[in-house]
Design a protein around this ligand. Structure first.
Ligand code: NAD
Ligand code: LMR
Ligand code: MG
Length: 472
């Protein structure tokens, strides 16, 4: 699929050798459409210009290669719309009121602020009413499992964390702060998160590689009284389960009898297997690089050891090829390109395939489509986007609003069912098993379901007014 995009090319034209006309005809020849020209520097011999060009993705490379071969032309920089959207970062902090005069200053800052500080010192619970704590989430990453890109480091992880913060704000009005840590040591990560936690109402762990992520989350959840939620584990499993509930309805199969292959038993894969087991699945086959997990093998990773005992009931040996034969469902949370058309052909009829690796799915959707009944990916440019963004804004909105101590299994199952229920049974079909992230009902319904589940499991410390009104 080619998507029209805009690029800005900064180039120097040496006037004695080339003219702007040469540049314009080069761009036109490669299929680009010039929409703006800015003169950055007009020297006697050399002029520097920014040329804004509309192109089809496919033509991108052609334009640059034609221009770079032209005598007298030097390309200084090329930006596309994606890069331009990231200039200087994607979020900022905005005060709720302006400070216009001394009176305002003495309210929000010294001396007025001191009385508020004292009130909180006397009763720390007041942090929820007198600071931003009730609406803040820390998005914490060490940059070790960023999308499917792997260990690219904390600086390189920032654009994803800023993106998550944008989504928290736009979809659930939550103020989220990207915190990318320059350490991979679980003890140090735990200590840092605990140390910064007073200002936050919740902790969203993101893109921390497995198996380290399991211990980090478990210890933080035990030691903090605010919800700690590893999005790649639970956000992903909630959304995958929501999609699966609806996909199974489309093909008229049950979760209890479906043979489900999950590939990539890292953060997302472990949590998906656990949630599906909790929801009644009996035939799960958990495959990682060394093959399918089996009861008769020993694993260093305690999560794998537990899963091995609860999955692969027949003790099948081998890898994807062996377990996908006759399977009803494939869920990929591993890396791009590991699934083949032959794998798909060997599945049961009316098969369901969720190729969720980002940004490159386990199989190209165009390649898979003819051999799959219900197909979903993690991407926004194909139907059925199964991405954890359908979960984390609503689950945190609910958890913050009822001041939940934790996010427990019941809250996750409730969130998944809420997401699935946004697709009305009349609308349900192969191309529409999961609501769009822009569907405003998603956050609203996930929030409500999560609060109700938190209340009924004693995880809530307060009942929001609107929920109290419904339950009265
Ligand atoms: N769509 C979504 O909402 C969503 C959410 C979370 C993660 N993901 C994607 O899922 C993938 C995994 O994310 P994660 O956070 O669980 O990472 P992770 O590093 O914790 O786990 C990845 C696992 O995949 C395994 N793996 C790699 N290559 C494999 C292969 N060829 N065969 C079998 N297993 C293989 C690794 O050994 C590892 O256990 C990434 O591509 C990520 O972008 C998608
Ligand atoms: O960030 C995403 O788009 C989803 C998920 O958190 C991932 O790591 O791939
Ligand atoms: Mg992630």
């Amino acid at each position: 699929m080619s998507i029209a995009t805009t690029m800005i090319i900064r180039l120097e034209i040496r006037k004695s050798v080339a003219s702007f006309g040469d540049v314009a005809s080069g761009i036109a020849a490669a299929g680009g459409d010039i929409v703006a020209i800015d003169v950055i520097r007009a020297g006697k011999d050399v002029t520097t210009r920014d040329i804004t060009v509309n192109v089809q993705d496919a033509a991108n490379g052609d334009i640059i290669s034609i221009l770079s071969k032209m005598p007298g032309i030097k390309i200084i920089n090329v930006s596309d719309r994606t890069f331009l959207a990231h200039l200087g970062g994607k979020i900022e902090i905005t005060p709720k009121m302006p400070i216009k005069n001394r009176e305002d200053l003495s309210l929000v800052y010294t001396p007025g602020v001191a009385r508020v500080c004292t009130a909180i010192a006397e009763d720390p619970r007041k942090a929820y009413s007198l600071t931003m704590k009730r609406n803040t989430v820390a998005v914490v990453s060490d940059g070790t499992a960023v999308l499917g890109l792997g260990d690219i480091g904390p600086e390189a992880a920032m654009p994803v964390m800023e993106g998550k913060a944008m989504l928290f704000k736009q979809l659930a009005n939550i103020d989220a702060f990207p915190l990318c840590l320059n350490t991979k040591d679980p003890d140090e990560i735990i200590n840092i998160v605990k140390a910064v936690s007073p200002g936050f109402g919740g902790i969203n762990l993101e893109d921390i590689s497995s198996p380290r992520c399991f211990e980090i989350e478990r210890r933080l959840a035990e030691e903090l009284d605010i919800p700690v939620f590893h999005d790649d584990q639970h956000g992903t499993s909630v959304v995958a389960f929501a999609g699966l509930l609806n996909a199974l309805k489309v093909v008229n199969k049950s979760i209890e009898n479906a043979r489900i292959v999950v590939v990539g038993i890292g953060a997302a894969g472990v949590s998906i297997c656990n949630l599906l087991l909790a929801a009644g699945a009996r035939y799960i086959y958990a495959v990682d690089r060394e093959g399918v997990l089996r009861k008769d093998l020993q694993y260093d990773n305690p999560e794998w050891q537990k899963l091995a005992a609860a999955t692969n009931p027949e003790g099948i040996e081998g890898g994807i090829t062996e377990v996908i034969r006759g399977a009803d469902v494939f869920i990929g949370v591993s890396r791009g390109g590991i699934l083949t058309v032959d794998h798909l052909k060997s599945m049961a009829s009316d098969n369901i395939v969720f190729a969720m690796a980002n940004p490159t799915p386990e199989i190209e959707p165009d390649l898979a489509e003819p051999f799959v009944r219900v197909l979903a990916t993690g991407r926004s440019d194909y139907p059925n986007q199964i991405n954890n963004v359908l979960c984390f804004p609503g689950i945190f909105r609910g958890a913050l609003d009822c001041r939940a101590r934790t996010v427990n299994l019941e809250m996750k199952l409730a969130a998944a069912k809420a997401i699935a229920s946004v697709v009305h049974p009349d609308e349900l079909n192969e191309q529409y098993i999961i609501p769009s992230i822009f569907n405003e009902k998603v956050v609203e319904q996930v929030r409500l379901a999560v609060i109700q589940a938190a209340i009924s499991t004693d995880a809530a410390r307060r009942i929001p007014k609107d929920v109290a009104a419904i339950t009265e």
